[in-house]
Design a protein around this ligand. Structure first.
Ligand code: PLP
Length: 403
């Protein structure tokens, strides 16, 4: 099934062909709930858009093609995809081994939504393969890793964990939202399922929310589509159409995001007042060797701490002008986030701190602006933040309150 084409060619063409009725080069938006049937049980592949939709199917063929896999299964959001995966593979009494550093919403889903239904989770340091092996019990039905992890960028060695999971007969899912198939190919490293919030780099323009699951296991694909139809979590056709547009430039964008992030990370590292910079492309990155071995590109997400702790971090976020204080990541615009009060606020403080998500940690999703302009904005904002003592403003109060 391996494609002879490179990733840039596949992003443009995999699974796609001109519309057979008009020749339109772009797959149309099939904004239709239902499809007229020629006779009872005789149809052209689609019956009702909660089960499938031609625009969504085109996106699915394209995303599967990027990973030498059959068509993906696309969802309304990334979390809807993770939810579908868990309820497809697990039932009450079963157990998930999950990375200790994951997107806060994944943690909330497992701990606060699925645990009351009897699905247990252990959050372990998946950078340590022996810890994963120890955490697997006879009830474990899924190992779920996120690499690089949101927001500390901690890496998990996918091939090592795939070996552990296979040895135990447990499927391995990799949340590959941060790197996309351009930066990391989980299925080629032995994982069973690649998980995406397409909201991030894949769509890439802050325009949609969406999710997808990619696997080469046809039986699992069928079960995932059944669950999606049954719970009603398919992606909307217009969002799928916009996501298809995003994928076309994904390889190009990801390379530029990576180049810009490298420049910003190197600059931050030299800047007085910045205590710690985490970016897999830096020589100082704690898992630099693994990053070199595992990644094509390192994408645009970095994290750093400023002297003056949480207050200085918050002043920084209030002072930026070109960068936007926002929850999303992986989009064209540079976004700055305070994980402790925003994306990871639902994780208890002790667990957050144990996972390295300090109150002073700032996450930066480096966008596609000229890097010199991003740096100039950060330079100005850091000068304000580390000088301290700015007057309070409504925006600052909102940030402090975590609104
Ligand atoms: N996985 C990761 C790594 C994320 O960062 C996010 C959202 O930030 C999600 C999953 C959830 O995706 P969505 O917001 O599309 O539901």
């Amino acid at each position: 099934m391996s494609s002879p084409h490179g990733i840039a060619t596949r992003a443009l063409h995999a699974g796609l062909s001109p519309d057979p009725t008009t020749g339109a080069i772009l797959t149309p938006i099939f904004q239709s709930t239902t499809y007229v049937q020629e006779g009872v049980g005789i149809h052209k592949g689609h019956t009702y858009s909660r089960a499938s939709n031609p625009t969504v199917s085109a996106l699915e063929a394209n995303l599967g093609g990027l990973e030498d896999a059959p068509p993906a299964v696309c969802f309304a959001t990334g979390l809807a995809a993770i939810h579908a995966l868990v309820i497809t593979l697990l039932k009450a009494g079963d157990h998930v081994v999950c990375s200790d550093v994951v997107y806060g919403g994944t943690h909330r889903l497992l701990r606060q939504v699925l645990a009351p239904f009897g699905v247990q989770s252990s959050f372990v340091d998946t950078a340590d393969a022996a810890a994963v092996a120890r955490a697997i019990t006879p009830a474990t039905k899924l190992v779920f890793i996120e690499t690089p992890a949101n927001p500390t960028l901690k890496l998990t060695d996918v091939a090592a964990i795939a070996g552990v999971a296979k040895g135990a007969g447990v499927p391995l899912a990799v949340d590959n939202t941060f790197l996309t198939p351009v930066g990391l190919r989980p299925l080629d490293l032995g994982a069973d399922i690649s998980v995406y919030s397409t909201t991030k780099y894949i769509e890439g323009h802050n325009a949609t929310v969406g999710g997808s699951l990619v696997t080469r296991d046809e039986r699992l694909l069928e079960r995932l589509r059944f669950i999606r139809k049954s719970v009603g979590s398919i992606q909307a056709p217009f969002d799928a159409w916009l996501t298809l547009k995003g994928v076309k430039t994904l390889p190009l964008r990801l390379r530029q995001h990576s180049e810009n992030a490298q420049r910003v990370a190197e600059w931050l590292e030299r800047r007085p007042g910045v205590t710690r910079v985490l970016y897999p492309g830096l020589e100082s990155f704690p898992q630099r060797e693994l990053a070199k071995k595992q990644h094509g590109v390192h994408a645009g997400i970095l994290a750093f701490e400023v002297t003056g702790g949480v207050e200085a971090g918050r002043r920084l976020m209030e002072a930026v002008e070109l960068c936007s204080l926002a929850e999303n990541l992986g989009a064209a615009e540079t976004l700055i986030t305070h994980p402790a009060t925003m994306t990871h606020s639902d994780i208890p403080r002790e667990e957050r701190e144990a996972a390295g998500i300090s109150d002073g940690l700032v996450r930066l999703s480096v966008g596609l602006e000229d890097p010199k302009d991003i740096i100039a904005d950060l330079e100005r904002a850091l000068a304000i933040a580390t000088a301290g003592g700015r007057e309070s403003t409504p925006r600052r109060e909102a940030v402090i309150a975590g609104r």
